[in-house]
Design a protein around this ligand. Sequence first.
Ligand code: C2O
Ligand code: CU
Length: 464
Amino acid sequence: GTVATGAALTPLLGAASASAADATAVAFFTQAMPLPQVIAPSSTTNGVDTYNISIRKNTKEIVPGKLTEVFTFNGGFPGLIRATSGRPVVVNQYNKLDMPASIHLHGGHVAPEHDGDPMATIAPGGVRTYHYPNQQGHAPLWLHDHAHHMESEHVYRGLSAFYLLTDAQEKALPLPSGSYDVPIMLREANIDEAGQLVYTMDDFMGRSTILANGKAWPYFQVAARKYRFRLLNSTNLRFFTLRLQDGSPFVQIGSDGGLLEKPFSTDTVSLSPGERAEVVIDFSRYPVGTRLVLENTEGPGPAELTGKVLRFDVVKTATDSSSVPATLRTLPALPAVTGRRTVVMSMDEDGRPHPQGYMDGKVYDHHRIDSTVPWGGSEIWTVTNSNQAIPHNFHIHLVQFRVLERNGNPPGPAEAGLKDTIRVMPGETVKFQATFDSYRGKYLYHCHMLDHAAMGMMAQMEVV
Ligand code: C2O
Ligand code: CU
């Protein structure tokens, strides 16, 4: 393969910079990418980790020299909770904002009263206790706001945190660990002259500043060895397709529901809003001094801004005893199918000023049950995006599903593991199988482009 040195790659960066009006004002790769702020339990007695979290405002330096007001869990932008399968977590969420909030554990198997239902909000000044039993395997889950009609703005302002659930099976693998295992939350923002976040519904083009762990276009210093990166797309609208600047391959090892059965080599990784992917990048092929941009090739532009994500700077050598095993896990065989249903996602695309989003032609109504699902069943859901030009994606609470088909073809390796969120591009159809054997009750399914969810593109199932 091509050996790319810092000297060879730096001119490429120069050539790619500055043509959009504000691109010249942006300093790329001048700030170090921080790690997410770890939120520690306040007690760990009786086999339960209890957290006291304040949902509160904070200010952060997202772009150099400006302080931006953000919404946070305990001040972190972003935060991170570490949990272990079989060890329950209890979170007391204190709402210190002046508006209601409702906190959802995305990808978690939790009882309906702890799922962060849009209507089950925490009033300003109030507290709500969420129980997370963690009776599921390892998975890169995340916490985010889900308050009715406010979820998109709240998440945009910062209410999202990693919730990394591990288990003995994952821990036993020789994958890169410790400081070589790095969670990266990717997102977008529209930041004004004063450094403040601008929220306008469906602001597809304005949100062109790309953040990694809360910093705009940071650099991240690495050693010339293997790293595991846990990527989460916490944007409201933006789809990413990431590649290394020199086009060289890396290994994808995981998706929404944890490790894949088998790793595979690829030169791109794609993430729609809410999706996670885990990759191993081996920097040992680069000489110390190499600077390598992680690029995004998926729109919308301006590409001179949104085409860059962060820069890896190889600054030292290091020993490396990690490896990526040929088999990471074995997933259980799919149970017999007990039912089938279809879901059609759509949004007004006639240019009207206030478009609405629909699931099966209906705007979300929390009084309505859209699908009644028998408990214990295993169903095939066929989800179609009937729009001509608007991308969507589909997220279902409570379950991790297995993709059977995308547009009539078997899924690619990135979608062959456990999933809870999946892209559905214009005209596409995705078919998956989900087994409803954990809790009974009401749960949501929706487009995870949260601006679309806030426009009504959300529905409710009841597992009975
Ligand atoms: Cu990540 Cu209903 O949400
Ligand atoms: Cu959508």
